[in-house]
Ligand binder design. Structure first.
Ligand SMILES: [Zn+2]
Length: 118
């Protein structure tokens, strides 16, 4: 799995702008490359966000999710893990202070994975 450099830079910027609130979006693309994020309205929850998946475009291939941690923690919360297991196989956590390297990728079980930036 790969991700476009422009996309990760854009996501870092959005998360910075959204701070101190949490940002959440779905990731999509094609041929194993994550190219776009899909933002749908969500309600800010206590620990995570509640997602109305009926708002997703029909037939859209969801590669995974991206969300921000306004805290310094790059690690998935128990809530995150249940979200990870529901949507796709690549999950990115962007964390404060949203520097270039302030993001990590996880698989649907919450194990850290390496993805290529292209
Ligand atoms: Zn989280």
């Amino acid at each position: 799995m790969k991700i476009m450099k422009e996309l990760i830079n854009e996501l870092l910027e959005i998360c910075r702008d959204t701070h101190p609130n949490e940002f959440f979006a779905f990731l999509t693309g094609n041929r194993g490359v994550i190219k776009e994020y899909i933002y749908i309205p969500f309600k800010q929850g206590r620990d995570f966000v509640s997602i109305d998946t009926s708002l997703l475009p029909l037939g859209m291939k969801i590669y995974g999710t991206v969300h921000s941690h306004p805290s310094h923690s790059p690690n998935p919360s128990p809530q995150d893990l249940s979200t990870f297991s529901s949507f796709g196989r690549v999950h990115i956590i962007v964390y404060y202070p949203y520097c270039k390297e302030c993001w990590r990728a996880f698989d649907s079980s919450g194990n850290a994975i390496f993805i290529d930036v292209v």
